[in-house]
Design a protein around this ligand. Sequence first.
Ligand SMILES: Nc1ncnc2c1ncn2[C@@H]1O[C@H](COP(=O)(O)OP(=O)(O)OP(=O)(O)O)[C@@H](O)[C@H]1O
Ligand SMILES: [Mg+2]
Length: 363
Amino acid sequence: MYYFFVLFMFILSILATSFQKLMKTYFDISGWEEKKHLQTKGTRDKSVVQNPENGEMYYFKTSIKKDKKDYKYEFWSEIIASKIGRALGFNVLQYEIANKSGKIGCLSKAMNKENETLTEGISFLTAYDNSYRPDSKSSYSLYTLDLICNALKCFNIERHIDDIYRTLIFDFIIGNSDRHQENWGFISESESQSFLEKVHQHLKKIPIVKKVIRLILPRTYHFVSGWFIKKKEKYRFAPIYDNGCCLCREINDDKISLMLHNPQKINAYVDNQSKSEIRTPDGNKYKHIELMYEIKKRNKDFFNSEINRIVASYDEQKLREIVYTIDNALPNQFAADKLPKERKELMLKIISLRIDRLRNLLK
Ligand SMILES: Nc1ncnc2c1ncn2[C@@H]1O[C@H](COP(=O)(O)OP(=O)(O)OP(=O)(O)O)[C@@H](O)[C@H]1O
Ligand SMILES: [Mg+2]
């Protein structure tokens, strides 16, 4: 009997530890090995690190701090967007709080396994349309729904157009303004694409070489990249990642307070100021709400069923709990990095207004 009891307690403690690990929301990654050779793209301070416990790769990033942009709470927006998105049934990449040698940011596990490759939207768009140059101002206005849909059709993956729409509906709910061509993509099983991705990245670092190659071999460049992409059959849409440009991260603390007590300002923010990275056929950025009308126009059945699903899974109390407890796991020594109450309240207010807007679109 005694041995049974000891065995039972032993199993219980193992289960409790595994559960704790599973539910971990704060990681001290200061001692994790940094993989300097695995550079990432993007505009934040970032690093790829390896978890010594399981050997898996993780991506760490801090909030943006560049010129006038000093959005201290951005990493919270990323983490909250992830939790809220998942609570609403979206396949959002999981982000948790992390401390890397005193710097606080967010951490996500690699979304592609070792034998898999993430191919970002940019590779499809540039392979489909060789006049499209995402890094040149003259091409900004070309980033439209039509460009994306046509590129996916061209590579026989138009079944994923709904995934793009779903991602944009998620962006509407959180107010994400940064869904550019490197912030969505597909994961495929083979590594051959990574060769193309590597070439792409190297060329990006030395634009003059890229220009020369494009000038001499424009067709070949696109033919080769198109060939690589078409060869993939088993694409799956990547989890929704890089959602941090949302939930009022660009508004400073004084303005948050003013806005919270001014319903007119909040409504103006939701209906007029909030814009998507996707362009209208005229080349202007869509207002988020107008993009929702456009998606509804393009695929009403999908849109209505998606909105019904979201509205049914929206539980204000549950979201309140997520937002209010989000920074509990952050140790007190980082109290200055916690999220102020008024900011939390404004985030919740704005999400609830956006859900109302979606509900109204069902009528
Ligand atoms: N968890 C992950 N798994 C695999 N790749 C990742 C992961 N997180 C980031 N990356 C890669 O790193 C790139 C940059 O990351 P991310 O988009 O989060 O950073 P960013 O600086 O916010 O980018 P941006 O310039 O779009 O604002 C991604 O486009 C992707 O290629
Ligand atoms: Mg990005």
